[in-house]
Design a protein around this ligand. Structure first.
Ligand code: 13P
Ligand code: SF4
Length: 333
């Protein structure tokens, strides 16, 4: 296809005006795709805003678990994804690995009835369904602390999947004991939160050396990071927050306050024109978020116009039922 970006944008706009469709994009999408969206946000905002949208089609520019969450919350909607890209962290756990983690706790004398599972929204629908079926719920990085606080009231052990960093960081913030299955020697009975050993490869790129470099180069600089970063990074940062919390924190800084940000490149790049740095010597781009191009978006909208929609998300009934319960328990809070 030999269209320029400007031509593609015009064609996308024409199709949007004509079709019963909402285009949704996560903050980590390429700028040119992000600009074409009707709804933008972090994963929590997208789940809530898209649930209340009344168009027949949702074209979701993001990673697969996000499109699946829309389908699970609103099975009557037709959800298409210009690229069926899977977040590498979500890919680290499936329902079999989830069952093995539960068995690990049972083998250490913690019966199922004593476990409240919590899954980070960055997981596929089958894992969310397992969690929902066991009485647990979903969290995002924006509400993880609140969800964990609520779950602890049941007086049970928390099994936190798949992101060990988010689980450990929240435990540290709340003064709770955490351990990682297969990594820490600790007896799980001693821990409040038992984490699965998953992680985000993009947020693992930020190092203590990066923080030391910026603190030395610009004394007084603030360091702001996402809680998917390793606990050693979060402990050294001035601010730890989800995507929307980072955006708010940075927008409220005085104009001349320098800040180095430890999260995805596309987002950091559009945060603030001056005094904002990417906290890494490498470019921390999320490869899967970056897979979606303007051309993919155009072809997906065109497929609706042609009456032959492509890349439609399908989730089976049983998975929808339990994954929805896990997501709705979160939204109710
Ligand atoms: P948010 O919940 O902050 O949108 O994060 C999603 C994500 O994939 C971060 O890497
Ligand atoms: Fe997944 Fe990490 Fe990309 Fe977020 S940044 S979508 S957690 S791989």
């Amino acid at each position: 296809m030999n269209y320029t970006n400007e031509e593609l944008k015009q064609k996308i706009q024409e199709l949007k005006d004509k079709l019963d469709v909402t285009v949704v994009a996560h903050f980590y999408q390429r700028d040119e795709v992000y600009e074409m969206a009707d709804i933008t946000g972090d994963s929590l905002e997208l789940a809530m805003k898209t649930k209340n949208d009344d168009k027949e089609f949702v074209v979701f520019c993001g990673v697969a678990f996000m499109g699946q969450s829309v389908k699970v919350l609103s099975p009557e909607k037709r959800v298409l994804m210009p690229k069926l890209a899977c977040c590498s962290m979500a890919r680290m756990i499936d329902s079999l690995y989830y069952d093995e983690s539960v068995k690990f706790l049972e083998d250490h004398g913690i019966p199922k009835e004593q476990i409240v599972p919590i899954t980070y929204i960055n997981s596929n629908a089958d894992v969310k369904a397992k969690v929902g079926e066991m009485g647990g719920m979903v969290c995002t990085s924006a509400n993880a602390k609140k969800i964990i606080t609520t779950a602890l009231k049941e007086g049970k052990k928390i099994l936190f999947v798949p992101d060990r960093c988010l689980g450990q960081n929240i435990a540290n913030q709340m003064g709770l004991k955490s351990m990682v299955i297969g990594v820490d020697d600790m007896d799980p009975k001693e821990a409040d939160i038992i984490c699965y050993d998953g992680f985000c490869s993009v947020h693992q790129l930020f190092t203590v050396e990066d923080i030391d470099f910026y603190r030395k180069k610009y004394p007084g600089i603030k360091i702001a990071v996402h809680p998917e970063c390793d606990p050693v990074i979060c402990e050294k940062a001035d601010f730890v927050g989800s995507t929307s919390q980072l955006i708010r924190y940075i927008s409220e800084l005085p104009e001349d306050q320098k800040v180095a940000v430890g999260t995805e490149y596309n987002l950091v790049n559009r945060l603030r024109p001056k005094n904002t740095y990417v906290l890494s010597s490498t470019k921390p781009e999320c490869p899967t978020m970056n897979e979606t191009t303007l051309e993919d978006l155009y072809l997906t909208l065109k497929s609706i116009e042609d009456g032959n929609p492509i890349n439609e998300i399908e989730v089976d009934e049983k998975t929808v039922k339990w994954a929805r319960i896990a997501l709705e328990r979160m939204l109710e809070l």
